[in-house]
Design a protein. Structure first.
Length: 161
């Protein structure tokens, strides 16, 4: 006796493809720790968490140089140069020359860690931020950033209004 496979309906195949495509940002396996104090950072990043202030939200902030100009407030439009690293030292994004990256603080234009960590900076200042997953992309992967990643940024405020 020959056993026939049940016919699959075209809508089922299309639905399967949509669900499979949406899974690309999902975590595969356990997520890394969400507390930066539980992580090991690459030696070349030179991170000593004792040198950082920790906010109530769990954002780590270190002023490298404070700057002397106007201060960015929670609704300012800011222009920054930045580098973003994963804890293993991998650079995943950077804007270091040319037109600075710009956005309005306090909106949904950037991750919450930037909204919180750049507010209060002075023009010309440089700051290092360690952003836990809950203030970044959470359990979603985003481009080169894996799901559940803690992010390290160095930002320089080049303009504010």
């Amino acid at each position: 006796m020959i056993r026939r496979e049940p016919q699959r309906r075209p809508w089922f195949a299309a639905a399967y493809l949509v669900v499979a495509a949406c899974g690309g940002g999902a975590a595969s396996g356990p997520l890394p720790p969400t507390d930066p104090a539980e992580l090991t950072f690459a030696e070349e990043l030179g991170i000593d968490l004792a040198d950082f202030e920790v906010t109530a939200s769990g954002l780590y902030i270190q002023d490298i140089s404070e700057g002397l100009g106007a201060r960015a407030n929670s609704t300012s439009r800011v222009w920054i140069y930045y580098v973003g690293w994963l804890p293993d030292g991998t650079v995943f994004d950077a804007t270091l020359q040319g037109d600075p990256f710009h956005f309005r603080l306090g909106g949904n234009e950037v991750i919450r860690g930037w909204n919180q960590g750049i507010a209060g900076m002075r023009l010309g200042g440089r700051r290092r931020l360690i952003v836990r997953p809950g203030l970044a992309y959470g359990s979603r992967a985003q481009g080169q950033v894996p799901a559940g990643a803690t992010l390290v940024f160095e930002v320089q405020l080049v303009d504010v209004n």
